[in-house]
Design a protein around this ligand. Sequence first.
Ligand code: BEZ
Length: 220
Amino acid sequence: MSEERTQEPVHLPRIGDPAPGFEAPSSQGTIRLDDFKGKWVVLFSHPSDFTPVCTTEFVEFARRAPEFQGMGAQLVGLSVDSVYSHIAWIRNIEEKFEVEVTFPVIADLSTDVSRKYGMIHAGEADTATVRAVFLIDPEQRIRALLYYPMSAGRAVSEIQRLLQALQLNAAHGLATPQGWTPGEACIVPPPATQAEASDRLKRQDLELTDWYLARTPAPE
Ligand code: BEZ
């Protein structure tokens, strides 16, 4: 009689939720979310090794890995492929694109991690992960999530920009306008009361459009 494996229920974490913990095999041995406490984590899934769009994304993640590291962030990849497949693909990428893949890639054959993070969307595929990205803060809370379909590659520069905006908010409580890039003016959160709105209009240190829209230079 075959024994049925109990599977994690599919779960879609939301912004502000504690990031679901995991222990999983990867291209760099067993890793746990706990290993990265105190750092930002960029956990991203791809549909499959040795596929063209995924390869272009991986090359860019690998090229920018030192910049993510400089921002105190750990990249962690994931797909429903084996460790051997990951090793072979990483070796191929390193040879063809002359870039080192320095981050671990989870081999989620059990789909345990994918299910905890809602990375498998049956409308796209039953057994492969979509292009999901979770930005997890140093206290291991979800701060942002992105989902892309299999057909559209992500812009790693946008993921990096989002991380910069989240780090600015965590450090200074400021928000960021459309298309913001580091060094540009930031948005001061809007007043919460009529009195605060009146006070806001008297501020000389802000670039005021109106009581609800005020910008301040980027902090040093
Ligand atoms: C790709 O990475 O090229 C790809 C993967 C799954 C479906 C379509 C494209």
